[in-house]
Design a protein around this ligand. Structure first.
Ligand code: ADP
Length: 638
């Protein structure tokens, strides 16, 4: 897919405060938005499994308490050793009854517990991660089922949906574990701060270490944000780079790239886009590292001062060696905690912004919906279709693709749609099948607006072959059965459908016949079909479906003339009693239709039976005779 503009990761921006009074509004919007998103994350994780919340709380408490516990035990061991050294060496046998041994046993029991909890928590975290991803993906898929097709045409919405799909899976758990991480960091911070405050005569080391750690943490945070914004800003370039590199390795594109000798051109374009992207990124990385070096000077000087002052206390016998390790360790822990707190808050906030994408996607309103009280829809009959002043434009565009269409297809009749590429034929079919609703006017089925029918029941009356029909990486049988998934699988009917679609010959030659897996995406023994063979399967789907209205949009475009002839013959049988709409470039098919509708630029140019339109000598006559002449001259040459 070609790269689209740089618009991903969009979320509602909060306008900065205009003055002091406006500050309240600003804070309310920022924090209000944050808490709404945060609450959503909590409900999401809760829905994925209540145990996840309990697990995360337990880990947070445990991880908050353990660092200080470890430091205190180490301190006791060192102090005990120092006591022994200062009272002169003892016989080796006394070691086994000394408190050191008990302290060591205690220390390693604590280490063992730490490892067990960390391992269990990491395993459970991974499992929880999978559960949350599944929950989010399910919500996205469930929502997609009801989403208007029009939403998929809106580039910015599509972008948001892709982001939600890609990001939202791991973000919720990340936000929540970071939040619990904050809880454990706060516990750790308070415990080590208390230790620092208790250093005799050096209580002021605590506020100084906190103050010195803030700039580095802030720079970290600011540059991570800058980095993130830079990547967002350069999103177009990143997509372009991806696009150019894909062009050279994509199986379908490599043919043209090779034959037209486009590889070096694309490599050149990749390099030029890369330079733009890389230059800005390099500047950011270097700036940040220079700032960190300056700050490191300050923090090293401060730490050196405190380490020296504490060492001096050991020197003069005021404190013991174990206290030295506890106090100096506390300096490092406090400054690490400050950095972690600032970074974690940033990443929680950032994580919740991604959740915005997901929430916006899940709240996207749908307009193509079933009514509360649907009208009954008869089955097994041909249906009458009427277009009344129907106009349509795709969302986000300013051009009517269909303009004031008025026509009727009587029940059981066949209409052929004729028109140049882009005339609006496929769009008309999308409206008739209620994939989209008209911008203006009404489409009636058996005298009632399409909107009055239950959507699922309505979809079920159509047997359709689209121009860009689906190719499913499933077995041949499944590809046919998807034509009517609600019917009890009927192998005989499927066989018949395959036969009617002239697909029997090639299906019989497949290694496992109807059970052959198609495409090589998942299965090593998957079979790749030609486009014409795929088209025959799409036709078989239509034959298998128990539909009342048959819609065929260029159903034979990829078939050879022999197969086309054969299938047209089968269509004649299939459409008996059914209302049929046919789009075909092969105008010979129009001769059998009850009505031919010629579309030009979204308007009805001509309409009527083939014979009458030929007599009129208008647009249709011109198209038909041009095509007939081409066939005549071709067969003459042959
Ligand atoms: P036809 O089937 O006659 O070749 P289509 O109905 O596919 O024509 O397209 C009619 C016009 O609508 C074309 O100009 C095409 O560019 C435009 N169009 C088709 N699909 C979309 C879409 N999803 N968003 C915007 N414009 C579209």
């Amino acid at each position: 897919m070609p790269p689209r503009g740089g618009m991903p990761y969009e979320h509602k921006k909060v306008a900065p405060p205009k003055d002091f009074k406006d500050l309240f509004r600003y804070l309310k919007e920022v924090f209000g938005g944050f808490f709404t998103r945060f609450f959503y994350v909590v409900t999401l994780v809760w829905a994925s499994g209540k145990w996840i919340m309990f697990l995360l709380s337990f880990i947070a408490l445990f991880q908050g308490i353990t660092p200080i516990l470890g430091s205190l035990i180490s301190k006791e061991i060192l102090n005990e050793l120092q006591n022994i050294i200062s009272s002169g060496a003892l016989p080796a046998s006394q070691f086994w009854t000394s408190p050191i041994l008990y302290l060591l046993i205690f220390f390693f029991s604590y280490q063992l517990l730490l490892r067990i909890v960390n391992n269990v928590s990491s395993a459970l975290n991974q499992i929880a991660g999978e559960k949350v991803v599944q929950q989010v993906k399910l919500r996205i898929m469930e929502k997609s089922k009801r989403l208007d097709l029009a939403s998929f045409d809106d580039a910015s919405f599509y972008e948001r949906m892709e982001n939600a799909n890609r990001e939202a899976g791991h973000r919720p758990l990340q936000v929540l574990s970071e939040t619990f991480g904050i809880v454990s960091t706060v516990i750790e911070f308070i415990s080590f701060l208390t230790v620092l405050l208790s250093v005799p005569g050096l209580w002021w080391s605590a506020p100084t270490v906190v103050a010195v750690s803030i700039p580095s943490a802030v720079i970290n945070y600011v540059y991570r944000n800058k980095h993130f914004r830079y990547l967002r800003w350069r999103s177009k370039e990143r997509r372009q780079m991806h696009y150019y590199s894909e062009l050279l390795v994509d199986k379908d594109k490599v043919k043209e790239v090779r034959l037209f000798d486009l590889a070096d051109t694309f490599i050149g374009r990749y390099l030029s886009v890369f330079r733009t992207y890389y230059n800005g990124l390099r500047r950011l990385i270097l700036q940040e590292s220079v700032l960190h070096i300056v700050i490191a000077l300050f923090s090293c000087a401060t730490n050196l001062t405190f380490y020296a002052l504490i060492a001096q206390k050991v020197f003069v016998g005021e404190i013991m060696i174990g206290d030295y390790t506890l106090f100096t360790g506390a300096i490092l822990s406090v400054s690490n905690c400050v950095a972690t707190l600032i970074n974690r808050s940033g990443s929680i906030y950032e994580g919740t912004l991604f959740i915005d994408n997901l929430m916006a996607f899940l709240k996207e309103p749908s307009s193509v919906l079933s009514p509360a009280q649907p009208a009954p829809l008869s089955r097994g009959i041909g249906h009458r279709v009427e277009f009344k002043h129907v106009s349509f434009r795709y969302p986000g565009t300013d051009r009517d693709v269909l303009k004031d269409l008025n026509f009727v297809i009587e029940a059981g009749q066949t209409m052929v749609l004729v028109g140049l590429n882009g005339a609006g034929k496929t769009t008309l079919i999308k409206l008739l099948t209620r994939l989209y609703d008209p911008t203006e006017g009404q489409i009636l089925l058996d005298g009632r607006d399409l909107k009055e029918y239950d959507l699922k029941s309505l979809y079920r009356i159509f047997g359709i072959i689209f121009q860009d029909f689906g190719k499913y990486a499933e077995t041949v049988e499944e590809n046919v059965r998807f034509g009517d998934i609600h019917r009890q699988p009927d192998p005989e009917l499927m066989q018949n459908a395959v036969e009617q679609a002239s697909a029997k010959d090639f299906v019989d030659r497949l290694p496992e016949g109807m059970n052959t897996p198609l495409m090589r995406i998942f299965e090593k023994n998957g079979i790749e079909l030609s486009i014409g063979q795929w088209q025959k399967l799409a036709i078989a789907r239509a034959f298998y479906s128990d539909s009342d209205v048959l819609i065929l949009d260029e159903p034979t475009a990829s078939l050879d003339p022999m197969a086309e002839q054969e299938i047209f013959h089968q269509f004649d049988r299939l459409r008996e009693g059914k209302t049929t709409i046919f789009v075909s470039h092969r105008l010979s098919s129009a001769t059998v239709a009850d009505t031919v509708l010629v579309l030009e630029n979204g308007r009805v140019e001509e309409m009527g039976h083939h014979d009458r339109l030929m007599e009129q000598k208008g647009k249709y006559y011109k198209l038909f005779t041009t095509q007939a002449e081409r066939y005549r001259s071709q067969s003459a040459q042959n």
